[in-house]
Design a protein around this ligand. Structure first.
Ligand code: SF4
Length: 242
């Protein structure tokens, strides 16, 4: 009983901290943040699969070339795999991504009888994520990206490597928690009544902070608006004092 109560208090503390971080970073990066894209959900899924461990510019180029060379997702599904591989050559590991992409398209067709994910709008976020995560190679980051970034505009939280690093340093999640399982932990810290824009903002501000201040190497803690909330930044500051 005591342990459960302690765990609940700890969860409340983390949520309070997350809200404070959200408020300050929102002020810094000027929420609400404009959505960067408006792809339909199936296109967003393809784009997300291509973007795995690939720079944004390169995965955009791979997606554009794929769309230019193949007029429909049916033609991508049915093309010789080497042709897909060549079209997405700008992305990392095209030799793995091309057969995976075709397997995903075939799985969607088999499950739904059509190549469209528009039906996800009728499911709850939890149901839609579970449906997507049954597809080959689709994990929590991709399922959340499809729901949050596509025209579905749902309240789902993707966690990329910047977001994950900042959350670890702020001790919102344990140091040992990998990106995949961190999705459920970070999402549970968000207030249940937040709308899609607020959840999207939370993802974007933590990502922007990782890109602009909380660098992988040598984070700019002296310029950080959440330094007082950050054990990692505080420890660095103490170390650098004479
Ligand atoms: S204080 Fe430093 S380590 Fe902590 S979030 Fe800010 S930049 Fe990152």
């Amino acid at each position: 009983m005591f342990a459960r109560r302690r765990a609940m208090l700890f969860a409340d503390d983390l949520r309070a901290k997350l809200l404070l971080v959200h408020e300050r970073l929102c002020a810094q990066y000027k929420c609400p943040i404009a959505y960067f894209g408006s792809l339909d959900p199936l296109s967003e899924l393809v784009s997300s699969l291509l973007s795995h461990r690939t720079k944004n510019a390169d995965s955009s180029r791979a997606f554009r070339t794929l769309r230019e060379r193949f007029p429909s997702w049916e033609s991508v599904r049915d093309a010789p795999t080497e042709e897909i591989q060549s079209a997405i050559a700008a992305a990392t590991w095209p030799e793995q991504k091309a057969p995976r992409l075709q397997a995903v398209l075939r799985a969607i067709e088999a499950k739904r009888g059509a190549l469209s994910l528009d039906f996800l709008a009728e499911l709850t976020v939890v149901e839609a994520r579970a449906w997507l995560e049954e597809l080959p190679g689709v994990g929590p980051k991709t399922s959340a990206a499809v729901l949050a970034f596509s025209t579905l505009r749902r309240a789902a939280l993707p966690v990329d490597s910047h977001h994950h690093r900042v959350a670890q340093r702020l001790a919102l999640i344990p140091k040992s928690l990998a990106v995949g399982p961190s999705h459920a932990v970070l999402e549970a810290q968000l207030p249940g009544d937040w709308n899609a824009q607020q959840v999207y903002d939370n993802h974007e501000i933590l990502l922007l902070h990782g890109q602009n201040i909380c660098f992988f190497n040598n984070p700019a803690c002296a310029r950080c608006v959440v330094l007082d909330l950050c054990p990692f930044g505080q420890a660095r500051r103490l170390k650098s004092q004479p």
